[in-house]
Design a protein around this ligand. Structure first.
Ligand SMILES: *Cc1c(COP(=O)(O)O)cnc(C)c1O
Length: 339
């Protein structure tokens, strides 16, 4: 099967498994796992930050960050389709007793002007605005990337209003590769950054949360409370180190693949709007009377899997386990398929 459902379906390669097998480990709750420590130091240095914390999932690292940056009753500004808001089980309320202030963005991106407008005045009727969360790339925005100049403007608004700025960088490396940006640029403007290792970077599990020493010390306590303190996690952290050193530049190929598929789809009469393809996510519309499900069912006949994300829209995600040959095969199927 050719699996375009998500980049979370990637499985560790033999080289990554070798890295796991030869990992030095210890008890990370005691801070004694040398491989976890190495991953944390490597990530912190990469982003030009003081410290980092290895977490079981991107959801947990986002939720830890939100918990550390807020007090009960606070408000968190984010885009209306942000993962932290719509895909983390109501975690902002559940874990932090805070509420979201969702803003309608442009393919998942919000502007500094919108952030400034959404900040509550110092008034007892209002929730205290304390945190802004951006998502780059934006998942529901079809893998869209922020313009770094806009991020800098958001930073300025946050600084001026004493707000913290967190980045849900689940797929940040896709954005860095696509926009030719550096991790250090991002480390400079965000108070905290979470990066998924378990998506296009190809690790089986894991996420890394990056920030100041004070923030990470606080985050380590919250991770323990949430049950995310792991013991010999070095076997897993080794995959993270391997991925950060070997699987970043190849993301470019995933982006090329997504564009090639978008190009083939654009000549099909049953395909409507295709969201701009900037990275490895491709979201497109199936025109009525056809449905998104009719399209995914038709592909399934050819052992190609992808997800209908609504009645009318389909999502395709390219990744490490989709080879050039698989993409060629997919293009052939798309070129001949009828609904
Ligand atoms: C996948 C994802 C997460 C969470 O990652 P998990 O490791 O699956 O919990 C967070 N944010 C975005 C934008 C994602 O796509």
């Amino acid at each position: 099967m050719i699996d375009f459902r998500s980049d979370t379906f990637t499985k560790p390669t033999p080289a990554m498994i070798d890295a796991m097998m030869s990992a030095q480990v210890g008890d990370d709750v005691f801070g004694e796992d040398v491989t976890v420590n190495e991953l944390q130091e490597y990530a912190a240095t990469l982003f030009g930050k003081e410290a980092a914390l290895y977490c079981p999932s991107g959801t947990m690292s986002n939720q830890i960050a939100i918990k550390c940056h807020t007090q009960p009753g606070d408000e968190v500004i984010c885009e209306k389709n942000a993962h932290v808001y719509i895909y983390e089980g109501g975690g902002i309320a559940f874990n932090s007793s805070s509420q979201a202030r969702p803003i309608e963005g442009n393919n998942g991106r919000i502007t500094a002007e919108q952030v400034a407008e959404a900040i509550n005045p110092d008034d007892v009727h209002k929730a205290r605005t304390s945190l802004v969360c951006l998502e780059n790339t934006s998942n529901r925005g079809g893998g869209s990337c922020y313009d770094f100049e806009e991020i800098k403007k958001v930073r300025k608004v946050c600084t001026d209003h004493n707000l913290q700025l967190h980045l849900d960088g689940a797929r940040l490396f896709n954005a860095l590769v696509a926009k030719k940006e550096t991790p250090a640029q991002y480390g400079e403007v965000f108070d905290s950054i979470s990066v998924c290792l378990n998506k296009g970077l190809g690790c089986p599990i894991g996420s890394i949360l990056i920030g100041s020493k004070t923030f990470i010390n606080k985050a380590r306590r919250v991770r323990k409370v949430l049950g995310g303190g792991m013991r010999q996690a070095g076997y897993m952290a080794a995959t993270g180190l391997y991925a950060l050193k070997n699987n970043v530049s190849r993301l470019e190929l995933d982006h090329t693949h997504a564009k090639q598929i978008a190009n083939a789809l654009s000549s099909k009469s049953f395909v409507g709007n295709i969201m701009p393809v900037e990275t490895n996510i491709l979201i497109f519309e199936i025109k009525k009377p056809f449905t998104a499900k009719a399209f995914t069912d038709a592909l399934k006949q050819h052992q190609i899997a992808c997800i209908p994300i609504s009645e009318t829209h389909v999502r395709i995600v390219t990744h490490l386990d989709v080879s050039e040959a698989m993409v060629r095969q997919t293009l052939d199927v798309i070129n001949t398929i009828t609904l």
